[in-house]
Design a protein around this ligand. Structure first.
Ligand code: MN3
Length: 243
């Protein structure tokens, strides 16, 4: 077993991803992910595309190191447990109890981290804008309208203690709900579908916002890709939304 693999495994057994890691661990995380069935999706825009709301360095570290580490960790597990790659990720997460106990926490943290971030890059983009059409109507119907919803979402994200996510879930009937999860947990673990969500781990905002998570949450709406969210909404209603 290589040194880098031992380090990654040790890291995954302890904590999903560390925000402040010693230089040697960062260097390891920069190495290409071990070959395996799980792939790091490229950012769908340049790392600086979300400035000034999310700075390029934050995006580079977040995608190229944090997300890459989740992918590397889950590929390492898949070498000895290939069955975790034989089903869609959302199905594995919905039935974590069927995953061998020895790897269950590693799968929860790293497959969870992989799907959460894969969704996250998709639903952001430069340009901002407002929800339209069915999504706007669903926000008005289920979440009290855009202004109330954004205030509630930001408040929920602020209340997450430590690391976690704030999500909007969507049912097959198009109904929306707001929920938060710790660490890299996901509503997928309850068989739900995620319309979109925001990462409130410190690594998502600390370089620009330091401890001011509420400022990050507020600014984040400027980089939400409502067109992509509309596509995800339509997919959810037709039963084809995966992660
Ligand atoms: Mn993150």
């Amino acid at each position: 077993m290589s040194l880098s693999r031992r380090r990654l495994m040790a890291g995954s057994a302890c904590c999903a991803a560390v925000v402040l890691v010693p230089p040697i661990a960062l260097a390891q995380a920069q190495a290409p992910a071990p070959d395996g069935p799980f792939k790091l999706p490229p950012l769908p825009y340049p790392a600086n595309a979300l400035e000034p709301h999310i700075d390029a360095r934050t995006m580079e570290i977040h995608h190229d190191r944090h997300h890459a580490a989740y992918v590397a960790n889950i590929n390492t597990v898949a070498k000895d447990h290939p069955q975790i790659a034989e089903k869609p990720a959302q199905d594995v997460l919905a039935k974590l109890g069927e995953v061998p106990e020895a790897i269950r926490t590693t799968v929860r943290n790293n497959l969870g981290g992989h799907v959460n971030h894969s969704m996250f890059w998709q639903i952001m983009g430069p340009g901002g804008g407002k929800p339209e059409g069915e999504v706007a109507a669903a926000i008005a119907r289920d979440l009290g309208g855009l202004e109330k919803f954004q205030n509630d979402f930001n408040a929920a994200g602020t209340r997450v203690f430590g690391s976690g996510w704030v999500f909007v879930t969507v049912g097959r009937d198009g109904k929306l709900a707001l929920e938060t999860r710790p660490n890299q947990d996901s509503p997928l673990m309850d068989g739900k579908r995620v319309l979109f969500g925001n990462d409130v781990w410190e690594h998502a905002y600390y370089l620009s916002y330091q401890n001011r998570r509420p400022d990050y949450l507020k600014a984040w709406w400027n980089v939400v890709n409502w067109k992509k969210i509309s596509e995800r909404y339509a997919a959810a209603k037709s039963g084809t939304l995966d992660i």
